[in-house]
Design a protein around this ligand. Sequence first.
Ligand SMILES: Cc1cc2nc3c(=O)[nH]c(=O)nc-3n(C[C@H](O)[C@H](O)[C@H](O)COP(=O)(O)O)c2cc1C
Length: 179
Amino acid sequence: MKTMVISAHPCLEQSRANQAMSRELKRYEDISFRDLYAEYPDWTIDVKHEQNLLLQVDRVVLQFPFYWYSSPPLLKKWLDDVLTYGWAFGSGGDNLKGKEFIIATTAGGTENSYRAGGENLYTVSEMLRPIERTLTKCGITYLPAFVTYNANAGSESYLAEEAIRYAAYIHEPSEALVL
Ligand SMILES: Cc1cc2nc3c(=O)[nH]c(=O)nc-3n(C[C@H](O)[C@H](O)[C@H](O)COP(=O)(O)O)c2cc1C
Protein backbone atom coordinates (compact mmCIF):
# COMPACT_ATOMS: atom_id res chain seq x y z
CA MET A 1 0.00 0.00 0.00
CA LYS A 2 1.32 3.44 -0.92
CA THR A 3 0.73 6.12 1.70
CA MET A 4 1.24 9.86 1.38
CA VAL A 5 1.37 11.96 4.54
CA ILE A 6 0.49 15.61 4.08
CA SER A 7 1.66 17.60 7.06
CA ALA A 8 0.17 21.04 7.59
CA HIS A 9 2.07 22.69 10.43
CA PRO A 10 2.81 26.42 10.05
CA CYS A 11 6.30 25.87 11.45
CA LEU A 12 7.28 22.23 11.60
CA GLU A 13 10.86 23.11 12.56
CA GLN A 14 9.74 24.68 15.83
CA SER A 15 7.16 22.04 16.62
CA ARG A 16 7.65 19.25 19.17
CA ALA A 17 4.79 16.83 18.59
CA ASN A 18 4.47 17.01 14.81
CA GLN A 19 8.21 17.05 14.37
CA ALA A 20 8.55 13.88 16.46
CA MET A 21 5.88 12.30 14.25
CA SER A 22 7.54 13.35 10.98
CA ARG A 23 10.95 12.22 12.25
CA GLU A 24 9.55 8.77 13.03
CA LEU A 25 7.94 8.46 9.59
CA LYS A 26 11.26 9.09 7.82
CA ARG A 27 12.24 5.53 8.85
CA TYR A 28 9.64 4.07 6.49
CA GLU A 29 10.25 3.81 2.77
CA ASP A 30 6.60 3.07 1.96
CA ILE A 31 5.56 6.49 3.22
CA SER A 32 6.06 9.72 1.35
CA PHE A 33 6.05 12.66 3.76
CA ARG A 34 5.24 16.17 2.63
CA ASP A 35 5.39 19.49 4.46
CA LEU A 36 2.63 21.60 2.89
CA TYR A 37 3.67 24.94 4.44
CA ALA A 38 7.28 24.43 3.23
CA GLU A 39 6.14 23.44 -0.27
CA TYR A 40 3.77 26.36 -0.69
CA PRO A 41 5.23 29.35 1.19
CA ASP A 42 3.10 31.70 -0.94
CA TRP A 43 -0.01 29.50 -0.57
CA THR A 44 -0.40 29.02 -4.33
CA ILE A 45 -1.27 25.35 -4.50
CA ASP A 46 -0.37 23.47 -7.68
CA VAL A 47 -3.72 21.72 -8.14
CA LYS A 48 -2.73 19.47 -11.06
CA HIS A 49 0.40 18.34 -9.22
CA GLU A 50 -1.61 17.58 -6.07
CA GLN A 51 -4.25 15.68 -8.00
CA ASN A 52 -1.58 13.62 -9.79
CA LEU A 53 0.06 12.74 -6.47
CA LEU A 54 -3.31 11.65 -5.08
CA LEU A 55 -3.88 9.34 -8.04
CA GLN A 56 -0.64 7.49 -7.22
CA VAL A 57 -1.45 6.53 -3.62
CA ASP A 58 -3.90 4.27 -1.82
CA ARG A 59 -3.95 6.05 1.51
CA VAL A 60 -3.55 9.70 2.49
CA VAL A 61 -2.83 10.93 6.01
CA LEU A 62 -3.63 14.54 6.82
CA GLN A 63 -1.38 15.42 9.76
CA PHE A 64 -1.75 18.70 11.63
CA PRO A 65 -1.86 20.38 15.04
CA PHE A 66 -5.43 20.97 16.19
CA TYR A 67 -6.01 24.74 15.89
CA TRP A 68 -9.28 26.17 17.11
CA TYR A 69 -10.92 22.76 16.87
CA SER A 70 -9.93 22.44 13.24
CA SER A 71 -6.89 22.40 10.94
CA PRO A 72 -4.41 25.19 10.21
CA PRO A 73 -5.69 27.27 7.28
CA LEU A 74 -3.39 26.04 4.50
CA LEU A 75 -4.91 22.57 4.77
CA LYS A 76 -8.40 24.04 4.40
CA LYS A 77 -7.16 25.85 1.29
CA TRP A 78 -5.67 22.60 0.00
CA LEU A 79 -9.09 20.95 0.36
CA ASP A 80 -10.82 23.92 -1.30
CA ASP A 81 -8.39 24.01 -4.23
CA VAL A 82 -7.69 20.33 -4.87
CA LEU A 83 -11.09 18.69 -4.40
CA THR A 84 -12.59 20.18 -7.52
CA TYR A 85 -16.00 19.54 -9.06
CA GLY A 86 -15.76 17.01 -11.89
CA TRP A 87 -12.52 15.59 -10.49
CA ALA A 88 -13.15 14.81 -6.83
CA PHE A 89 -16.96 14.98 -6.75
CA GLY A 90 -19.95 15.70 -8.95
CA SER A 91 -20.38 14.57 -12.53
CA GLY A 92 -17.34 12.47 -13.52
CA GLY A 93 -15.61 13.34 -10.27
CA ASP A 94 -14.74 9.89 -9.06
CA ASN A 95 -10.93 10.01 -8.93
CA LEU A 96 -10.73 9.62 -5.16
CA LYS A 97 -13.40 6.96 -4.84
CA GLY A 98 -12.26 4.16 -2.51
CA LYS A 99 -9.03 5.84 -1.42
CA GLU A 100 -8.46 5.84 2.33
CA PHE A 101 -7.88 9.00 4.33
CA ILE A 102 -6.78 9.25 7.95
CA ILE A 103 -6.62 12.45 9.96
CA ALA A 104 -3.75 12.58 12.44
CA THR A 105 -3.85 15.48 14.82
CA THR A 106 -2.11 16.69 17.96
CA ALA A 107 -4.14 18.52 20.58
CA GLY A 108 -3.03 20.62 23.52
CA GLY A 109 -6.07 19.41 25.46
CA THR A 110 -6.27 16.18 27.43
CA GLU A 111 -8.30 13.18 26.32
CA ASN A 112 -10.62 13.70 29.31
CA SER A 113 -11.38 17.22 28.14
CA TYR A 114 -12.59 15.94 24.77
CA ARG A 115 -15.84 14.23 25.75
CA ALA A 116 -19.37 15.13 26.79
CA GLY A 117 -19.09 16.80 30.18
CA GLY A 118 -15.38 17.50 29.67
CA GLU A 119 -13.97 21.01 29.19
CA ASN A 120 -14.11 20.80 25.39
CA LEU A 121 -17.59 19.17 25.38
CA TYR A 122 -17.08 17.05 22.28
CA THR A 123 -14.72 14.39 21.06
CA VAL A 124 -12.08 15.30 18.49
CA SER A 125 -13.85 12.94 16.05
CA GLU A 126 -17.05 14.94 16.47
CA MET A 127 -15.21 18.20 15.83
CA LEU A 128 -13.64 16.78 12.66
CA ARG A 129 -17.02 16.23 11.06
CA PRO A 130 -16.77 19.00 8.41
CA ILE A 131 -13.57 17.39 7.09
CA GLU A 132 -15.08 13.92 7.42
CA ARG A 133 -18.08 14.93 5.32
CA THR A 134 -15.93 16.76 2.76
CA LEU A 135 -13.97 13.56 2.22
CA THR A 136 -16.93 11.18 2.21
CA LYS A 137 -18.68 13.44 -0.32
CA CYS A 138 -15.75 12.58 -2.60
CA GLY A 139 -16.33 8.85 -2.11
CA ILE A 140 -13.29 8.53 0.14
CA THR A 141 -13.12 5.88 2.86
CA TYR A 142 -12.75 7.94 6.02
CA LEU A 143 -10.90 5.97 8.70
CA PRO A 144 -10.88 6.81 12.42
CA ALA A 145 -8.56 9.66 13.34
CA PHE A 146 -5.30 9.30 15.22
CA VAL A 147 -5.02 11.81 18.08
CA THR A 148 -2.14 12.67 20.36
CA TYR A 149 -3.53 14.53 23.37
CA ASN A 150 -1.63 16.69 25.83
CA ALA A 151 0.79 17.63 23.06
CA ASN A 152 2.16 20.76 24.76
CA ALA A 153 2.59 19.46 28.28
CA GLY A 154 3.75 16.00 27.22
CA SER A 155 7.42 15.10 27.76
CA GLU A 156 9.84 14.33 24.93
CA SER A 157 9.64 10.62 25.75
CA TYR A 158 5.82 10.70 25.70
CA LEU A 159 5.87 12.40 22.28
CA ALA A 160 8.43 9.89 20.98
CA GLU A 161 6.17 7.03 22.12
CA GLU A 162 3.18 8.69 20.51
CA ALA A 163 5.14 9.01 17.27
CA ILE A 164 5.84 5.27 17.30
CA ARG A 165 2.14 4.59 17.99
CA TYR A 166 1.29 6.93 15.09
CA ALA A 167 3.57 5.14 12.61
CA ALA A 168 2.05 1.79 13.60
CA TYR A 169 -1.48 3.20 13.35
CA ILE A 170 -1.15 4.48 9.81
CA HIS A 171 0.31 1.14 8.71
CA GLU A 172 -2.72 -0.79 10.00
CA PRO A 173 -5.11 -2.32 7.47
CA SER A 174 -8.46 -0.53 7.45
CA GLU A 175 -10.27 -3.49 9.07
CA ALA A 176 -8.03 -3.22 12.13
CA LEU A 177 -8.97 0.44 12.56
CA VAL A 178 -12.71 0.11 12.28
CA LEU A 179 -13.53 -3.18 14.07
C1 LIG B 1 -3.61 29.01 17.02
C2 LIG B 1 -3.68 27.81 17.92
C3 LIG B 1 -4.89 27.22 18.18
C4 LIG B 1 -4.97 26.09 18.99
N1 LIG B 1 -6.19 25.52 19.21
C5 LIG B 1 -6.27 24.39 19.95
C6 LIG B 1 -7.51 23.72 20.12
O1 LIG B 1 -8.55 24.15 19.61
N2 LIG B 1 -7.54 22.60 20.88
C7 LIG B 1 -6.41 22.07 21.45
O2 LIG B 1 -6.49 21.02 22.11
N3 LIG B 1 -5.19 22.67 21.28
C8 LIG B 1 -5.11 23.79 20.54
N4 LIG B 1 -3.88 24.39 20.34
C9 LIG B 1 -2.68 23.72 20.83
C10 LIG B 1 -2.01 22.94 19.69
O3 LIG B 1 -2.86 21.92 19.23
C11 LIG B 1 -0.71 22.35 20.15
O4 LIG B 1 0.15 23.43 20.46
C12 LIG B 1 -0.06 21.48 19.10
O5 LIG B 1 -0.84 20.34 18.84
C13 LIG B 1 1.32 21.02 19.55
O6 LIG B 1 1.94 20.35 18.46
P1 LIG B 1 3.38 20.84 17.90
O7 LIG B 1 4.36 20.67 19.02
O8 LIG B 1 3.64 19.94 16.76
O9 LIG B 1 3.24 22.28 17.49
C14 LIG B 1 -3.80 25.54 19.56
C15 LIG B 1 -2.56 26.16 19.31
C16 LIG B 1 -2.50 27.29 18.51
C17 LIG B 1 -1.15 27.93 18.25
